[in-house]
Design a protein around this ligand. Structure first.
Ligand code: MTE
Length: 306
């Protein structure tokens, strides 16, 4: 599957949701594992991640229950206000310890990448969760496009900061621009993707158009939206939530049911769309991707490195 989604395509140009679901079911039948992607899915690590079929949340859930504080802190604010954000033209500055630093346009990036489907669990630090059918490409491929230099140890990300289009940035809830970071080996892991779409359609602005990070084994706030800058560095980068409250939000922020948030338990989660009386579900170690990613943290105290 190598088609490209541009934001000027209409809904009629992209995979209808029914076809998307159908193809997913076909793949489920073939592989016995509907959890993850289809054509082009590389590592066995990625394929092994989920054994059971994941039933995606509805389009409605995913696009109206959002966190994107640049547009306000209410769950409905991003859907209400993110339409103001100009996403075309868009380019990503890739700099720091790379062979080919520069401004990469969305068109350049999409030309070089092959899009694939990934159905991932998504677990917010606030103890709610969803299952989201993403389209995107592995971050590792984008890093290769720029060429990672020896000596790079971390990857830092920044969201667009354009106050005229982002009413939430009038408030100092966070230190803008929104910033996130990963260790290089986390960034290069085959499960780590840059998403350009959901449900076979271009990412809606409220979900981080035109390009956002998705790291399925980490709390959702690591999955930074509407990225304009990626910097390879040898220093652990500063990250917005950690800067706001280091005691509550660590650099790693791996989903971990045994390490509670100082103000609430992380042992279970509320699945969005499950209805008012739905039972909470147990939270899985590394959000269910333990087999694939536990090796990244061997020998580390995960309570200390939360
Ligand atoms: N990225 C930016 N730039 N600003 C944000 O406020 N919120 C984070 C993350 N990425 C956020 C962000 C949080 S807390 C979560 S849970 C997810 O985005 C939510 O993604 P979704 O709205 O697509 O479900």
């Amino acid at each position: 599957m190598a088609h490209r989604w541009k934001n000027d395509l209409s809904d009629a140009d992209v995979t209808p949701y029914a076809a998307f679901l159908n193809r997913r079911q076909i793949m489920a039948g073939l592989g016995g594992s509907a959890g993850l992607g289809l054509a082009g899915l590389g590592g066995t690590a990625a394929r092994a991640a989920t054994e059971e079929a994941l039933e995606p949340n509805s389009w409605e859930d995913v696009t109206t229950y959002c966190n994107f504080y640049e547009f306000g802190t209410g769950k409905g604010d991003p859907a209400a206000y993110a339409g103001r954000m100009t996403t075309e033209p868009w380019s990503v500055e890739i700099d720091g310890l790379v062979e080919r630093p520069g401004s990469y346009s969305m068109a350049q990036i999409l030309d070089a990448m092959t899009l694939e489907d990934r159905i991932y669990r998504f677990r917010c630090v606030e103890a709610w969760s969803m299952v989201v059918p993403w389209q995107g490409f592995e971050l590792a491929d984008l890093l290769n496009l720029a060429g990672v230099q020896d000596g790079a140890k971390y990857v830092a990300f920044e969201t667009l900061f354009r106050p005229s289009e982002m009413p939430g940035t009038a408030y100092n809830v966070l230190d803008w621009p929104y910033r996130e970071g990963l260790r290089l080996d986390e960034a290069q892991h085959p499960l780590t993707i840059m998403a350009t779409g959901i449900f076979g359609k271009p990412l809606p602005n409220q979900n981080g158009a035109p390009l956002r990070l998705v790291v399925p084994w980490k709390y959702g706030f690591k999955s930074i939206k509407s990225i304009v800058r990626i910097t390879l560095t040898d220093q652990q980068p500063q990250t917005s939530w950690n800067m706001a409250n280091a005691r509550e939000y660590g650099f790693y922020s791996n989903v971990n049911p045994t390490v509670d948030h100082p103000r609430w338990s992380q042992a279970s989660e509320r699945r969005i769309g499950g209805g008012l009386f739905a039972r909470r579900e147990p939270t899985l170690m590394f959000n269910g991707y333990e087999k694939d990613v536990a090796a990244l943290y061997q020998g580390m105290d995960l309570a200390e490195n939360f």
